[in-house]
Design a protein around this ligand. Structure first.
Ligand SMILES: [Zn+2]
Length: 64
C-alpha cells in the first residue's frame, strides 16, 4: 500500500523537449529524465509551480 499522505516527486528536474502548436496555443513539452514521464504545458502556464518536481505522479517518495 502506498501512503496517500506521502508526497511524491521526481528527483530530476523537468527538461524542455520541444514546443508544439496546439490549436492557436503554444504548448511546451517537458520530460522528467528520471522516469521519462512527459507532460505538456501551455507556455502561459510555465512557472516554478507547474514545473515543480513535487507532483502526485512522481516516480519516488519525497525524502524526509
Ligand atoms: Zn520521475
Amino acid at each position: 500500500m502506498t501512503d496517500p499522505t506521502r508526497k511524491r516527486w521526481h528527483p530530476q528536474p523537468a527538461e524542455e523537449l520541444r514546443s508544439t502548436m496546439h490549436g492557436s496555443e503554444l504548448m511546451e513539452i517537458y520530460e522528467f529524465p528520471c522516469c521519462g514521464k512527459q507532460f505538456g504545458l501551455n507556455e502561459k502556464d510555465v512557472n516554478s509551480e507547474t514545473l515543480s518536481q513535487v507532483r502526485p505522479d512522481g516516480c519516488e517518495d519525497l525524502p524526509g
